[in-house]
Design a protein around this ligand. Sequence first.
Ligand code: ASP
Length: 437
Amino acid sequence: MKFNKHAFITFGILGGLVLGFVIGQLVYSFAAPESRDFTAGVFKFIGTTFFMNLLKMVLVPLVLSSVVVGVASIGDPASLGKIGGYTILYYFSTMLIAVVIGIAVVSTIRPGEGIEQNVIAEGQEAYASEGATKRKAIEDRGEGGLWGAFENIAQQMIPSNPIGAAADFKILPLITFGILLGIVLTVIGEVGRPLLAVFEAIFAAMMRLVDWILWLAPLGVMFLVAYTVANLGSQQLIGPLVLYMLTVLIGLAFHGFVVLPLVLWIFGRANPFRYACQIRQALMTAFGTDSSSATLPVTIEAAKTYGGVSKRAAGFVLPLGATINMDGTALYEAVAVIFLFQCYGIPLGPTELAIIAFTATLAAIGAAGIPSAGLVTMVIVVQAVNTSLGSGTPHLPLAAVGVILGVDRILDMCRTTVNVWGDAVGAKIITRIAPDV
Ligand code: ASP
């Protein structure tokens, strides 16, 4: 029988996820608190250094080369405009649908209403003892408000120094530069050929590297999941926040299992479940790493090699999607914010819900594809709602975020999987408009 590497790695990652849960739970249940923290730290170190960082290592050259090659293969700016237009339309509409689902689910289940005062007080304490860097990131986002969110996205789009952006690991400006470079290389024709050939070579080399790094995925995923579970412990899963977690999961499941498959089936004319199976390595890596960006190399590889996604769509839609298209995050932000307002007993009217729908989409676009990014940008939504409530009504303190801090990582794993699934569905749909010639 021929050795099937794809199946081997897939089962390896699956095994890694399960083992990670078991090991993490064992450490949580049996280790003393200090050694538990230490062991969890070691797990995080191994998973991050030897797997996540390797994936991130290929990210900058991979994104740039894939966008340049993808855009150049589309050819004329008019078709690029058409494909770009459809892509953005897809991103926005699916994110908006996700937010609406989130609002509907959390308003029906109302998980915040039964939360006791002591859980809220503990949450605020947890926020106060959270690392200063994270607190500052949260507060800065809050201060910027809505205009700050716009400003942040716009500034991220246009790099004044593409090499600086690459060095700072800023993906969005790199994509803008890549799109322009891809266009100009086709416009200048023959003279541009050698440079295009260089990018093609870089792209091929990076993809091969990803192929190699994937051998480490089972272990990498195992350590990362073990870290999360050892930190959290499955006891939390039956604590007071269980209904909140269930609400997020129901929303994500509905979006991931019903909405996105339907969209793919209708607009992409593809069998959603077969496609999900084909790109399963990307979905599992997203679940294990909590990061759409770190997963991007795997997403491109899986979508192109097994999912039948065209080079043009993969090169353009996936990198852009990994940074701006976040259905899971958008849904999560809506649920989390409304949940917190429910906890504090602050009623929200239709205006506030509309503001949440709009700002949660914006906040998800602004969130980077890294762990916990959604938690930080969520503050934009909180502040926008507080402003709309005016001075006569009680406001939600930023420290309220502490209530959901402890269970964020595990929900992050799930929303990141939906984020990556959304990107992959988009790429498959765009493949229909832009097949390889
Ligand atoms: N971790 C998510 C991602 O990388 C972003 C988030 O925190 O929601 O897609």
